[in-house]
Design a protein around this ligand. Structure first.
Ligand code: ADP
Ligand code: ZN
Ligand code: ZN
Length: 745
């Protein structure tokens, strides 16, 4: 390429602001995206540094007005240029614009002011406060009493804490300030999202299998081997302990570590374990942090004030200067795939970032994604296993209950006879129960209550979903049929769309077990900030006997008193209209079962299902990951779904339904013509059809899919479609997005 688009200030808000420079002949093969260059800039042709973020053969101005790049900067591989080349890679791999990719890897907002850290301090010595406290008590000034008591314990308090927790009014604070009892103070501080500092943790001696993994990894790490590892360890096998021991050594060599954990598992309990070991060298990131707080974390990382960052997907772009290791815990989680452009997957992106800065990657899971496990078996990743829990903590015993049998026995309750008996036992023994309702991915599938049959698309082996009552449609290929009056398999009339909400489960549980104390956790009860944490900790403290919840309850916390986990309808997630439905179900069942018996008390699990023979249910019941993998891979191969092949979703959205449909057809037709013109092999196109979310915010959405084994060919198709869409007038008012190997479509 002849010309380079260069940004001179990556902190600039407007990342589109680039300048075009000529690449001198002798630099052409080294001037890649992300490279740092020296360029003449402005009127005086001052030499400044910039980054190449794009390359082209077309001049944007008169050719002789374009200045040449002076040189490649010597320190061409600093962290910034690594992140910029990562953005280039994201753009090419996941089909976004460079601007979208840059905004993802450089979430820098310099406009945010540093937050003042306001404090309330005692203006008088403790003895005097004690005297004042007595008088205020007599006067029954409750607010003042609360503040004085707190100040006697700690002479300097966080202003917001005083307002929020002590519930003091602004007037009270002002009055006390006027009386000279307190004073306000403010200072600019870096905000540390972890407030409490307790560094007393019990010391854990690694088990021999844990020790072996730690030693093997560190041996390779010291020798300079950098690669991707997959740690497949059953639930509760001590993966986190392994991470912590490895991190300790990596950090001691002067390199930094990023730990990705799904947001839902970022509970206080998890974070505390890292904090106890690394105290203020570790920092936490989560979506609840303000922009300013996030920015502080970035600055602290960049300045070398911290060595470890723990956070969800976006923490991957923390600007550490010498990154040594990236850990992705629960690597199978769907939340590692971004739902907005750039629709990148954190796993692949982490591996690319690690490659750029000579780091290793550890992927950990009790239920690895098929993608990762396949790569481990193919030798691309090194596989570690932890097959047991430590000491007395045994894997739980799992019962699978056939709901069809319950119906035959005239038990119409949502609790099977087995589950009911076991719950009653727990209530008597004062142990705890978790009831798990599998609602994720639930999309209005249609099933027979008598035989469990689920209606599927004859072409895609994906559940049909009911749209606006009447028709059943396949959102992959658009196949349609009428809502049947009878079950095509057994003739029963009990055929309906199926769903049981958490609220209903809670109600039923109250009826069935009137003496039990019940907590519910779902989107409704956790909406407010910290609600999630509050419910979990109430349950951990034994303030309830039964916790009812969605997949939210299966993550993060250890509840030593939970000895029974009931999975009410294992099938629900099986019928999500998604080729990953079986995998997700297997993962959810395994993770939910893993909640039982995490401490000394042995655990039991009841899986209720209509599909006792389904491989997700059978294999989760046996705790047999390998068998699940083998069976599921047969299906993926047969249907050419990932990881046997690749698939790209093209989403077309418009305010007008007509337009969206028309645009979808234009694109698929254009693709066909392009194939013929270029004499390419044919692409396998499915659709277009209404997307699963066929209308959102009054925007109509259509979707089509391309299946293709060769990822590069998929990218080529994307480039073609992208160009076609950008340069045709007919697409005015429509938006097109690409999603490679989708997770949630
Ligand atoms: P995972 O991440 O695989 O789910 P954890 O690391 O959270 O497992 O460990 C599960 C529980 O077992 C934790 O309470 C942890 O403290 C405990 N644990 C892990 N390894 C050991 C060990 N070697 N000795 C004692 N307890 C351990
Ligand atoms: Zn039937
Ligand atoms: Zn179909």
């Amino acid at each position: 390429m002849k010309y380079a688009d260069i940004i001179v200030d990556i902190s600039h808000e407007d990342l589109d602001k680039t300048y075009q420079y000529l690449i001198p002949e002798q630099l052409r093969d080294r001037a890649v995206i992300g490279a740092q260059v020296l360029i003449p800039f402005g009127k005086g042709n001052r030499q400044i540094k910039g980054f190449i973020i794009g390359l082209s053969d077309k001049p944007k101005w008169k050719e002789d007005a374009i200045k040449p790049i002076t040189a490649l900067a010597e320190d061409a591989l600093v962290m910034e240029s690594q992140l910029i080349s990562l953005a280039g890679w994201i753009k090419d791999t996941f089909g976004s614009t460079m601007n979208e990719a840059l905004k993802t890897v450089l979430p820098v907002k310099r406009t945010v002011k540093q937050k003042e850290n306001r404090m309330i301090k005692a203006a008088l010595p403790k003895e005097e406060l004690v005297i004042i406290l007595e008088t205020e008590r007599k006067k029954n000034n409750k607010g003042r009493v609360r503040l004085l008591e707190a100040l006697i314990r700690t002479p300097s308090l966080d202003y917001n804490w005083v307002i929020d927790t002590l519930r003091l009014s602004l007037t009270t604070i002002k009055d006390m300030e006027k009386l000279g009892i307190i004073e306000k103070e403010s200072s600019v501080l870096y905000r540390n999202p972890i407030k409490e500092t307790s560094s007393t943790g019990r010391t854990i001696v690694l088990t021999p299998p844990q020790q072996e993994i730690v030693e093997d990894f560190l041996k390779e790490y010291r020798e300079g081997t950098r690669q991707t590892y997959l740690l497949h360890g059953v639930t509760g096998s001590g993966k986190t302990e392994v991470y912590i021991n490895i991190i300790e050594e990596v950090v001691s060599t002067g390199r930094q570590v990023i730990v990705l954990i799904p947001e839902i598992s970022l509970t206080y309990q998890t974070v505390l374990r890292f904090y106890q070991r690394f105290s203020d060298r570790v920092s936490i990131m989560n979506s609840k942090l303000s922009q300013g707080e996030k920015y502080d974390q970035y600055i602290r990382a960049k300045n070398g004030d911290i060595d470890i960052i723990i956070g969800p997907r976006s923490a991957l772009f923390t600007p550490f200067q010498k990154l040594g290791l990236i850990i992705i815990d629960e690597e199978h989680e769907g939340s590692y795939k971004s739902e907005n452009p750039p629709k990148y997957h954190a796993r692949e992106t982490a591996i690319e970032r690690a490659r750029l800065c000579d780091a290793s990657v550890i992927l950990g899971s009790a239920t690895p994604s098929l993608e990762s496990y396949k790569k481990a078996l193919d030798g691309e990743y090194k596989l570690y296993r932890l097959t047991d829990r430590e000491g007395k903590r045994q894997m739980p015993h799992i019962w699978t209950v056939d709901l069809r049998e319950e119906l035959k026995a005239r038990n119409k309750s949502i609790f099977s006879r087995k589950l009911k008996t076991l719950i009653e036992e727990r209530l008597q023994r004062k142990e705890q129960v978790m009831l798990f309702i599998n609602r994720r991915g639930y999309a209005g599938f249609i099933s027979c209550r008598s035989c469990g049959l689920v209606l599927k698309c004859p072409h895609c082996d994906i559940s049909l979903t009911s749209h606006n009552g009447g028709k059943l449609i396949c959102h992959y290929c658009g196949y349609e049929e009428n809502f049947p009056e009878k079950c095509p398999s057994c003739g029963s009339k009990y055929i309906a769309s199926f769903g049981t909400g958490t609220q209903k489960v809670e109600e039923m549980a109250r009826k069935e077990f009137p003496a039990a104390r019940i907590l519910r956790m779902d989107m409704d009860t956790t909406r407010k900030k910290g609600g999630h944490e509050e419910i979990l900790s109430a349950f951990a403290k034994g303030q309830a006997d039964i916790l009812v919840g969605t997949q939210m309850i299966v993550k993060g916390h250890d509840f030593p008193k939970v000895t029974l986990v009931g999975i009410l309808a294992a099938d629900l997630s099986l019928y999500a209209a998604d080729f990953r439905a079986s995998e997700r179900t297997f993962q959810l069942l395994t993770q939910a079962a893993g909640r039982a018996g995490r401490a000394e008390l042995p655990g039991e699990v009841v899986i209720q299902t209509y599909q006792t023979e389904h491989h997700s249910v059978v294999c989760a019941g046996k705790g047999d990951y390998e068998e699940f993998y083998n069976q599921e891979m047969v299906y993926r191969k047969l249907m050419s779904y990932p990881p046997a092949s690749h698939i790209m979703a093209v989403l077309i959205a418009s305010k007008e339904e007509e337009k969206a449909l028309k645009a979808s057809e234009l694109l698929t037709n254009a693709l066909k013509q392009w194939e013929e013109r270029e004499e390419l092999l044919e692409y396998h196109v499915i659709g277009p059809a209404p997307a699963r979310l066929s209308k959102a915010n009054d925007i109509f959405r259509f979707c089509f899919y391309i299946k293709e084994e060769d990822y590069k060919r998929l990218v080529a198709a994307k480039d073609f479609l992208d160009g076609f869409y950008r340069f045709s007038e007919e697409f005015q008012g429509t938006q097109v997005q690409f999603d490679f190997d989708p997770m949630n479509s």
